[in-house]
Design a binder for this molecule. Structure first.
Ligand code: ADP
Length: 447
């Protein structure tokens, strides 16, 4: 096992990683920008190294500075968390090249899954159902128009290198297609330095359902059930739950097994999430994330498994400590992403936190680096806390979540707690009857 791990991230996930290491007897090294000197995980870590100024390009994405920090502190493993360098195959390569262990999948798997066109081809060949669309990149406008006719409208033009809900263009009719294709390629080149785009049928009212997997590199892969992440705004997740109110056990086991069979063929290593859209009883692959996800705690709540601990164990060369038969699901869990933003206008609200009181009690988990007086820097993502609630049934979970949201006090800044409180009172949400556009429709009616 590692003696010391460097945490190449910030915020709540850096704290999450620190906690897992601590419980495993592993020393931690925090790296941070000058904007994060007072962050909770920096205070708690055994050692900390400042790696640059506030812009992420100069700090959390600064590979030489991170490697230098590993060298000075003698860290053996580097955990990238999510975002930043977590799905950067070059980083995984350089880390390994310098003799450290990258706590994540292999460089090759990160690279393939990071190219959405390659990923789609690979998983389709491995037997996973994908969204109908182009076989690969589309370049020639005339061929593309013909192909678009075959796929049918509406359709999406997607950037091969897109991510974080960016790089997607909806085309409703043939007359808009040629212009949209040219624009999509231009925009993708500007945003991701890659003009490769592909087309996909646009599903009107699907749910977003993703399967959590873990593999140890020997071909042994286990799935840990699904998360329903259909509550989204701007293609970004707002609230996640497990299990999905839309699946029954037979459907769950079938898709889980399909994913396990596929990923064991490539001897997948570490944590991974296979994302699907689910409509009319069919699953359609959209992408695979080769990292720890923001919403991993809902899976931890219903399986009782510490995903980060397992991920670290596997990176250290240990085999998976459980088999598929050992996995069972208990109760229901919901995670609310608490953002520093106005609950109705969504304008970001960094600044100094006034009063701070996190809810507690049975079945309540709060992952957050916040404390009273902490100054949230304006440079990063607005996610400041995750409230994860577990209950015996979905209804118990909702009652508990409602009371936990009432207890949560974050003063001095705008937060989206009232939005969550409002959403979970809506009848369609209570009935589990919602899809990926539901939240935006709900917000539209409220305006
Ligand atoms: P990203 O990497 O940017 O997160 P994804 O491919 O995972 O991109 O898609 C993000 C979200 O965009 C999905 O959860 C879904 O809401 C929407 N989306 C993606 N593909 C489609 C599609 N073919 N039809 C309808 N919605 C889609």
């Amino acid at each position: 096992m590692f003696e010391k791990v460097l945490i190449a991230n910030r915020g709540e996930i850096a704290l999450r990683l620190h906690r897992a290491c601590r419980e495993m007897g592993i020393k931690t090294v925090a790296v941070h920008s000058t904007a994060d000197s007072d962050a909770m995980h920096v205070r708690l870590a055994d050692e900390s190294v400042c790696i640059g100024p506030p812009p992420a390009m100069d700090s959390y994405l600064n590979m030489p500075a991170i490697l230098a920090a590993a060298e000075i502190t003698g860290a053996e493993g580097i955990h990238p968390g999510y975002g930043f360098l977590s799905e950067n195959a070059d980083f995984a390569h350089i880390v390994t090249e310098h003799g450290y262990t990258f706590i994540g999948p292999t460089e090759q798997h990160i690279r393939t899954m990071g190219d959405k066109i390659e990923a789609k081809k690979m998983v389709r060949d491995l037997g996973i159902p994908v969204v109908p669309g182009s076989d690969g990149e589309v370049t020639d406008p005339e061929e593309a128009v013909a192909l678009a006719e075959d796929i049918g409208y509406p359709l999406l033009i997607k950037a091969a290198s897109g991510g974080g809900g960016r790089g997607m263009k909806l085309v409703r009719q043939a007359s808009e297609f040629a212009d949209a294709l040219a624009a999509a390629r231009r925009e993708s080149k500007a945003a991701f330095n890659d003009d490769a785009v592909y087309i996909e049928r646009y599903l009107e009212q699907p749910r977003h359902i993703e399967i959590q997997v873990i593999g140890d590199g020997t071909g042994k892969v286990v799935h840990l059930g699904e998360r329903d992440c259909s509550l989204q705004r701007n293609n970004q997740k707002v609230l996640e739950e497990a299990p999905s109110p839309a699946l029954n056990d037979a459907v769950r086991q079938k898709i889980g097994q399909t994913v396990v069979d596929a990923l064991s063929q490539i001897k997948y290593t570490s944590l991974g999430t296979v994302e699907f859209l689910y409509e009319d009883g069919e699953f359609y692959f959209i992408e695979m994330n080769t990292r720890l996800q923001v919403e991993h705690p809902v899976t931890e709540a219903i399986t009782g498994i510490d995903l980060v601990r397992e991920q670290i164990r596997i990176a250290a060369g240990a085999p998976l400590s459980f088999s598929q038969e050992d996995i069972s699901f208990h109760g229901h869990a919901i995670e609310c992403r608490i953002n520093a933003e106005h609950p109705t206008t969504f304008v970001p609200s960094p600044g100094q936190v006034g009063d701070f009181h996190a809810p507690g009690g049975l079945g309540v988990r709060v992952d957050s680096g916040l404390y009273a007086g902490y100054r949230i820097p304006p440079n990063y993502d607005s996610l400041i806390a995750k409230l994860v609630v577990h209950g015996t049934t979905r209804n118990d979970c909702l009652m508990r979540l409602s009371r936990a949201l009432e207890e949560f006090v974050i003063g001095g800044i705008d937060v989206n707690i009232p939005l969550h409180a409002d959403v979970i009172q809506q009848q369609s949400f209570i009935d589990g009857d919602y899809h990926i556009h539901w939240l935006e429709e709900f917000l539209g009616h409220h305006k």
